[in-house]
Unconditional design. Structure first.
Length: 413
């Protein structure tokens, strides 16, 4: 039985907020016959608090997890963009190195290490250990640092100096990979940008379990019931710098001004800009925009299915490509308005026919797009059908994640 370590700083464990990609992957590979250690941090990124390890140990004893959990201490931070986050990740990287050097508790060495990047320094600690042990290292690229950091701070020379350590660590990791999994083609190909190496690589969208999505939505449809006569245009995800929620708020105001108060803008999620945008809504007395707040996954699924249009809303400079929520948006079977400027995703939206691309940060353009789809029920229906088809064929984890297993099997033969 091959033994694998999966390293992630952002996994959602039982009853927590967050992303499920790596927890699912650990369970999936265990089911495929691998012995899996899921290594994560004591700090819960979405809760911004230390985990209750005593409770987790009880869950482990109760058989909640089919794989082994290992925790590295991380002091934590208050905000996503925070100097303390840099310090916190640095300490996590040091503690990871110590943990790996001690070896697994059962004394059996790993045959492969699979680690998400970013954080770059944590991934580097894993990559250097794998090199030392002569075992394969696979990077799961789900964001680009420091590219994404320039959304918040882009000052000539100053940013170059501040972000140099992130860039340096990323290139070191990319030079050490034995294989690459990317959550988009762009992310998959980034490690090879400055490397001339022929290594296995695969694009595996973050995706979701469509059966779980459907079941959760069905259970919460009554709770999220849409009042008769309302038309919902929804966003689900982080309310932060990269996401153009301000334009959605003001487009709601513009749509109401044009005589359509029945079109409601629903904003699901939380983030550093939520309070500011809520205040904007209150100050301008915009009554057709609602900040729903964080909704558990099953409830979010119901909101998406109840909606009439979904908006993948990004600002112009956002470096994101095919993000986590896309699988859920597509599974909902609704038309999508996309403002993300990723060439890869804009091409996919057009080619696959599940939505329309528009330019970001323009209130009138967004309002026009919403009203055009509002007035064309047949087009919405066809786009929704296409969305669901793509979700089932390309984003459903039980099938899509087989690509990861095949890459791991190739590297550990």
């Amino acid at each position: 039985m091959k033994k694998i370590a999966i390293l992630t700083m952002g996994v959602r464990l039982k009853d927590e907020k967050g992303y499920t990609r790596f927890g699912y992957l650990a369970e999936f590979l265990t089911g495929m016959g691998y012995q899996v250690d899921l290594i994560t941090t004591t700090f819960q990124h979405w809760e911004k608090a230390q985990r209750d390890l005593k409770k987790i140990k009880k869950d482990v004893k109760a058989g909640t997890y089919p794989y082994k959990l290992r925790f590295i201490y991380e002091p934590g931070y208050r905000k996503n963009i925070d100097p303390l986050r840099v310090i916190s990740h640095r300490m996590a990287a040091k503690n990871l190195k110590k943990m790996l050097e001690k070896g697994p508790s059962d004394g059996k060495d790993y045959d492969l290490i699979y680690a998400e990047i970013p954080p770059n320094d944590v991934a580097l600690a894993a990559a250097e250990y794998a090199k030392k042990k002569g075992i394969p290292f696979v990077a799961d690229v789900n964001d680009l640092w420091p590219e994404a950091m320039r959304m918040v701070l882009d000052i000539p020379v100053v940013s170059d100096v501040l972000f140099y350590p992130l860039k340096r660590d990323a290139e070191k990791v990319y030079a050490l990979v034995s294989g690459v999994v990317g959550t988009s083609d762009e992310y998959r190909d980034r490690p090879g940008e400055n490397q001339n190496r022929n290594i296995p690589k695969a694009t595996v969208y973050v995706g979701n379990e469509i059966k779980e999505f459907d079941r959760g939505a069905e259970e919460h449809m009554e709770k999220t019931a849409k009042p008769e006569g309302e038309f919902w245009v929804s966003y689900a995800g982080t309310i932060g710098t990269s996401y153009d929620i301000r334009t959605m708020v003001l487009a709601g105001e513009e749509i109401a001004r044009r005589g359509h108060p029945e079109i409601r803008i629903k904003i699901l999620g939380d983030g550093p800009m939520k309070e500011e945008l809520e205040n904007l809504t209150k100050d301008r007395k915009i009554r057709n925009v609602e900040f729903v707040g964080y909704a558990p996954y099953e409830e979010m699924a119901a909101y998406l299915k109840q909606s009439d249009i979904l908006v993948n809303s990004f600002v112009k400079k956002a470096p994101q490509s095919i993000v986590t929520k896309i699988g859920d948006y597509l599974a909902a079977g609704k038309p999508m308005i996309n403002t993300c400027m990723s060439k890869e995703f804009r091409t996919k939206v057009k080619k696959d026919g599940f939505g329309i691309n528009i330019m970001p940060e323009d209130v009138n353009i967004l309002a026009d797009a919403i009203l055009k789809l509002y007035q064309n029920e047949e087009q919405r229906f066809k786009m929704g059908q296409k969305a669901r088809e793509i979700a089932e064929s390309e984003f459903d984890r039980p099938e899509a994640y087989k690509k990861i297993e095949r890459l791991i099997a190739e590297l550990t033969e």
